[in-house]
Design a protein. Structure first.
Length: 453
């Protein structure tokens, strides 16, 4: 959940630990002695308006009335980091550390530079050196907690966050980090308490609300979650995940068309947000908007070829549109990803047969037959696909099957093979059996019902 926000918390540390914003998220703050109050105010105003470049200009203006000190240089470096002018920030930090190698504020600024560059290992090393000098540096503890959380080391992350929050109860990174750990531990009620605190500390920080919304959803407070997301979107209208999360909530409430609109906003803001395409594709499918669902699943695969769940879904929709060669490709890929799901191999074979590629279908089925247990229903079904002479044995296996759902799945393949052999009456009889499977989500039931339209 909240891991996508933790990197923003590290950049928040640049802002809030300056001591000039409306919040305070740092336990060890950069001192701003020597900078006139009016310039601190102008820096603060620029940051609150989300304009770090203007904050830098306000800072530079302050030097007309104040000399440079290590503290003011670090303040400048942090503003440069916030603007992602990382090389310039690094130069300023290096100037400070050349004279004061143990300056903890400079070390922390350096860790933020590594964080912004995505160099987690180097960031972790610098934080270790910092904490060796000052083990009570709240910001560093919280930043290290965020790294540990990203490494899925919940126990150690929790220790760091708790210590940081103990040293500075207003450390937003620590407070939000603790909420995240507790969420991951499924302690949703306690997680909610920490996100309540985050909201109180940072009423203008959108992720405090969006994270709390996820907790409320887990606790069943869907309307409360929607209210929090509304605030988060008001504060950060261009953040796509908030619309994705709101779409999930609307799905929970059964408001499918509204959910589609939310996912559509999400992908408009971030065309690479494949999970929003996944959710929208599923909703289009549920609403029988097959062409729209196909387009979304195709986009999912274009964005993430390893998202194997999409292949079987897209194969099913291609099958329903009589695009059998494409369906075969999708089911073949699905089976390659999940060879334990032998029905995908059977569906690929059937799609090839329906595309008129019988010889290719037989070759393919023979190549995957070793994956089927010889006493399994899939193996018995496969024999009928391979040769009509196996009809009696396969049909007998269907008739012996006591499990209704399994008998229905077998009946689908037998019915389709009968249709391919020109035996329409027998085929429809078996397809009717398949279409009566209680589980509507099974591919065989769905395709049987479609065939019988």
């Amino acid at each position: 959940m909240c891991m996508r926000n933790l990197c923003s918390l590290l950049l928040l540390a640049v802002v809030f630990s300056l001591g000039v914003g409306c919040l305070s998220a740092g336990g060890t703050r950069v001192r701003s002695e020597g900078i006139p109050d009016e310039h601190l105010a102008s820096i603060s105003d620029a940051l609150v308006m989300g304009n770090p470049e203007e904050a830098i200009r306000a800072y530079e203006q302050s030097f007309k009335a104040a000399p440079e000190t290590p503290a003011t240089k670090i303040l400048y470096a942090r503003l440069l980091i916030l603007s992602l002018r990382l090389d310039e920030a690094e130069k300023v930090v290096n100037e400070v550390m050349a004279k004061e190698p143990g300056n903890v504020d400079a070390l922390f600024a350096r860790s933020l530079i590594f964080s912004a560059r995505g160099e987690r290992g180097k960031q972790k090393d610098v934080l270790g050196k910092l904490l060796a000098v000052d083990p009570n540096h709240s910001e560093a503890l919280a930043a290290l907690g965020a790294i540990l959380l990203a490494e899925n080391n919940l126990a150690e992350a929790k220790i760091k966050f708790e210590r940081a929050a103990q040293l500075d109860p207003e450390n937003l990174a620590a407070v939000t980090g603790l909420g995240t750990v507790l969420y991951r531990e499924r302690n949703f009620k306690e997680a909610g308490r920490w996100f309540d605190k985050a909201v109180a500390l940072a009423p203008d920080y959108p992720f405090a609300y969006s994270d709390r919304a996820l907790v409320k959803r887990r606790l069943g407070d869907l309307n409360g979650a929607l209210a929090d997301l509304q605030i988060a979107i008001g504060l950060e209208p261009d953040y796509p995940y908030n619309y994705y999360d709101r779409g999930r909530l609307l799905m929970d409430l059964g408001k499918l068309e509204e959910a589609i609109r939310e996912f559509s906003v999400a992908v408009k803001l971030d065309p690479d947000l494949f999970i929003a395409f996944v959710m929208r594709a599923g909703l289009y499918d549920d609403l029988n908007k097959i062409d729209a669902a196909i387009a979304d699943y195709e986009q999912v695969i274009a964005l993430n070829k390893d998202y194997f769940y999409a292949y079987a879904s897209l194969g099913t929709l291609y099958f329903m549109k009589d695009r059998f060669t494409e369906a075969a490709t999708m089911f073949t890929t699905a089976f390659r990803f999940q060879p334990d799901q032998s029905e995908y191999g059977l569906l690929a074979t059937l799609a090839l047969k329906k595309a008129g590629k019988t010889e290719q279908a037989v070759t393919y089925l023979n190549s995957i037959l070793p994956y089927f247990e010889k006493k399994s229903w899939e193996y018995a079904t496969a024999q009928f696909f391979l040769t009509p002479a196996a009809e009696f044995n396969t049909v007998s296996a269907v008739n012996r099957e006591k499990n209704r759902a399994l008998r229905g799945r077998m009946s689908f393949y037998v019915g389709e093979q009968y249709l391919l052999l020109g035996k329409k009456a027998e085929g429809r009889t078996f397809l009717n059996e398949a279409a009566s499977i209680p589980n509507e989500r099974l591919i065989e039931r769905r395709l049987a019902a479609h065939e019988l339209r």
